[in-house]
Design a protein around this ligand. Structure first.
Ligand code: FNR
Length: 449
């Protein structure tokens, strides 16, 4: 059972707290790592799959094939799933889905963003302690792993304590306190005194959070512990900027951290957009340098890796994964998507349509070589009329039939948006026109067996 005594923790961070960053934090010395906040109803759209190629457990969104949460053996017993919720029933359903794959469940009661508050989540729960208590108690009573929550402070130490007492009475195992009120922003000083006031009066571990502005090196963590009277500390921004903050031996240079991060992103087939976002938040103002600008233009993992001399590493790993059967980056197993319940209506529509199963992986293209653009350019050069597109939507999936030179083409892979569906159909058309080969489609990650 996970213990929260004397622990260094990677805080939950949207888009930052995906698998590669969590593993990096653990390798540098973090004891516990939180996932990014995952919204309950979105999580409930996913299904658990074991990914034999990556040896990961994936929760795959059944409407579009994206990965909602990916975890692996290295973080077993150390990863906490943070949930955004306003409903005990939904929270419990998610908790049951992940109970055997994560070490604990945390409920986000600290997010001040409009999206959360409007949905009754995040800090909105702190204005409704009874509801917050009910969510926690429902989980505590029904799951086998520890349950915790993360809150912001109230205006006074006494009010914060009162709130915490109510939450703690649900049976949670620890509570993380971000030492700012719901209206304070990251640049405001953190109220270490209020965290201390609560920590001295509560019998479960209090995890102190909010000190990143003053935590520039490992030894600063001890100062934050002293100020807050807490033995456990949770770091967000300090880790986002330089994850080696968790290293006892001291900070590593930014480039070394990026290299380690990128290797993990490649190893775990992280999406290029998420990888880029995380690296961007390490580079920060250095994005203005020539190398930073080159980085900003990158679209694929390989292009990003190239800048840190890891292009070859990326290429080898990706081709190895492709040979083993991984088809796309963020559509790990698109062939196993739940088929739309009403497929395209009549078989006869498809009678005269040339069909092939390809998916469109945006990251495999830049703005200049998109399939539609290639097809239109070819049509222009050969004096042909431009193709026309007819797209059908079923549930949240799309499929396009393209008509070109009197013939119809489509991909039987349903895409998650109209633009992708059109590009997928254009790829099929290009293939039958002989303008793209099967080998090229495999390289683009488009072929679905
Ligand atoms: C956050 N924070 C946050 N908190 C949370 O409970 N769930 C979340 O998903 C996120 N997402 C998130 C993303 C990013 C990019 C940042 C910077 C922050 C808040 C975070 O966990 C922490 O409470 C605050 O940043 C204060 O801690 P630091 O940054 O001073 O260590």
């Amino acid at each position: 059972m996970l213990s929260y005594e004397n622990k260094l923790i990677l805080a939950p961070m949207v888009r930052i707290g995906t698998l590669p960053m969590r593993l990096l934090a653990l390798r540098y010395g973090a004891d516990i790592v939180y996932s990014e906040e995952l919204i309950d109803w979105k999580f409930l759209r996913s299904k658990r799959r074991y990914n034999e190629i990556l040896e990961t457990v994936d929760f795959v969104d059944q409407t579009d094939g994206t990965i909602v949460f990916r975890t692996c053996a290295e973080e077993k017993g150390k990863v906490v799933l943070q949930l955004g919720t306003c409903d005990a029933g939904r929270a419990l359903k998610v908790a049951k889905m992940v109970e055997n794959d994560v070490a604990a469940i945390d409920i986000n009661m600290g997010c001040p963003k409009e999206f959360s508050i409007k949905g009754g989540m995040g800090v909105a729960l702190l204005a409704n302690p009874e509801k917050a208590h009910n969510i926690l108690k429902t989980l505590v009573d029904n799951v086998s792993i520890p349950v915790t929550c993360k809150i912001r402070i109230s205006e006074t130490p006494e009010a914060t304590f009162k709130l915490v007492e109510t939450l703690v009475s649900s049976g949670i195992k620890a509570i993380a306190i971000h030492g700012r009120t719901r209206d304070e922003r990251p640049q405001h000083p953190v109220h270490t005194d209020i965290i201390r006031y609560v920590a001295e009066r509560i019998h479960i571990p209090v995890i102190a959070n909010g000190g990143s502005k003053e935590i520039e090196k490992y030894s600063d963590i001890s100062k934050f512990k002293e100020l807050t009277g807490c033995k456990s500390v949770m770091l967000a921004r300090a880790a986002e900027w330089n994850c080696s903050i968790f290293r006892k031996q001291g900070l590593l240079p930014m480039d070394a951290v990026i290299e380690e991060y990128l290797k993990l992103a490649v190893d775990y087939d992280n999406s290029p957009s998420n990888t880029k976002y995380c690296v961007q938040n390490i580079l920060r103002e250095l994005q203005e340098t020539p190398r930073g600008r080159q980085f900003l233009e990158c679209q694929t993992l390989e292009q990003i890796c190239d800048i840190w001399d890891l292009g070859e590493y990326c290429q080898q790993k990706q081709s190895q994964y492709q040979k083993m059967g991984i088809q796309g980056r963020w559509q790990v197993t698109p062939d196993r998507l739940e088929p739309p319940n009403k497929k395209i209506k009549s078989a006869e529509i498809l009678d005269d349509v040339t069909e092939m199963k390809v998916c469109f992986i945006r990251a495999s293209f830049n703005d200049l070589n998109l399939p539609k653009a290639k097809l239109h350019a070819w049509a222009g050069k050969n004096g042909q009329k431009l193709p026309t597109y007819h797209t059908e939507q079923v549930a949240k999936l799309f499929r396009t039939i393209i008509t070109f030179d009197g013939k119809k083409y489509t991909s039987s892979f349903w895409e998650k948006n109209k633009k992708f569906a059109e590009q997928g159909a254009a790829l099929v058309c290009l293939f039958y026109l002989g303008l793209v080969t099967e080998e090229e489609l495999i390289k683009l990650g488009s072929i679905i067996k």
